[in-house]
Design a protein around this ligand. Structure first.
Ligand SMILES: Nc1ncnc2c1ncn2[C@@H]1O[C@H](COP(=O)(O)OP(=O)(O)O)[C@@H](O)[C@H]1O
Ligand SMILES: [Mg+2]
Length: 255
């Protein structure tokens, strides 16, 4: 994996308050093309808030967001989509009664009026995208997503990010509801997204998953970035300590 010099996404000193709650305080964060950056932290650490600030759901109160080196202002989900940012939320937002193709194109019809009338190219692109990600267990792209397994549904949600040529994808707890085999399938998919050149941010409570797929790990604690670790130079114990206590101050001695 060759990291490009300019991060795909960079947050500098970002703050977000909800009344008196400082959900994010002076947070720096970055993710590069071709990299899986894990974002970990206890409940309430600010992970979802960070995602929502980049996705345009929340506006930030301080700091600056850079996309491919350029300062950007993201006023809403449409701005995020235009930049090439896709968020796969935990509850997935797939439509059960629609089939795989319809879900892949959901909400984009207006941008592609031609496709709406032409089912064949939509089917073909859906099938090609799934194949490029080695998602091979879905029998038909005309299957309603209600009939898919949890792992397959997650795969469809992730594949949407690739179909729309996105540059950055956030995955919020993608394996939380999955069994062992399905988790395997989704983790493989996460790796392939990065291999295809996307920047991937993986929010997960499961450090086994994190250590398997992430290149780097950012730890949030009480709204602050308490450390960025290279997977190959850290271990689960160090990450658990950062999540729980924050990074130890150098040479700090507790009497
Ligand atoms: N819409 C909101 N209104 C008020 N407080 C919020 C809102 N969203 C998040 N918070 C608070 O911000 C902090 C960070 O929450 P969140 O980003 O959801 O954490 P995480 O995803 O890491 O569990 C928490 O203290 C939470 O209660
Ligand atoms: Mg959350």
């Amino acid at each position: 994996m060759n990291a490009t010099p300019t991060p795909t996404l960079e947050l500098r000193g970002v703050s977000k308050n909800f009344g008196s709650v400082q959900a994010l305080q002076d947070v720096d964060f970055e993710v590069r093309q071709g990299e899986v950056m894990a974002l970990v932290g206890d409940n309430g650490a600010g992970k979802s808030t960070l995602i929502k600030c980049v996705a345009g759901i929340y506006s930030i109160d301080g700091g600056q967001i850079f996309f491919e080196g350029e300062p950007v202002t993201i006023h809403g989900p449409k701005d995020a989509a235009k930049l090439g940012i896709e968020v796969v939320y935990q509850d997935l937002a797939l439509c059960d009664n629609l089939d795989v193709v319809q879900n892949m194109y959901l909400g984009r019809e207006a941008h592609d009026p031609v496709f709406r009338l032409r089912e064949a190219p939509m089917e073909r692109r859906t099938a090609e995208t799934l194949k490029s990600l080695s998602v091979t267990t879905i029998r038909s792209v005309r299957q309603p997503v209600a009939t898919l397994s949890g792992g397959q549904r997650q795969s469809v949600a992730v594949a949407r990010a690739v179909l729309w040529n996105n540059k950055l994808v956030f995955l919020d707890e993608p394996t939380a509801a999955l069994g062992v085999a399905q988790t395997r399938q989704v983790l493989d998919l996460v790796k392939r997204l990065a291999e295809q050149g996307l920047a991937v941010v993986l929010v997960s409570h499961n450090l086994v998953d994190v250590f398997e797929v992430a290149n780097r790990i950012t730890v949030l604690r009480l709204g602050r970035n308490v450390g960025v670790y290279e997977r190959s130079k850290t271990n689960e114990q160090e990450i658990v300590e950062a999540i729980t206590f924050g990074a130890p101050a150098p040479e700090e001695v507790v009497a």
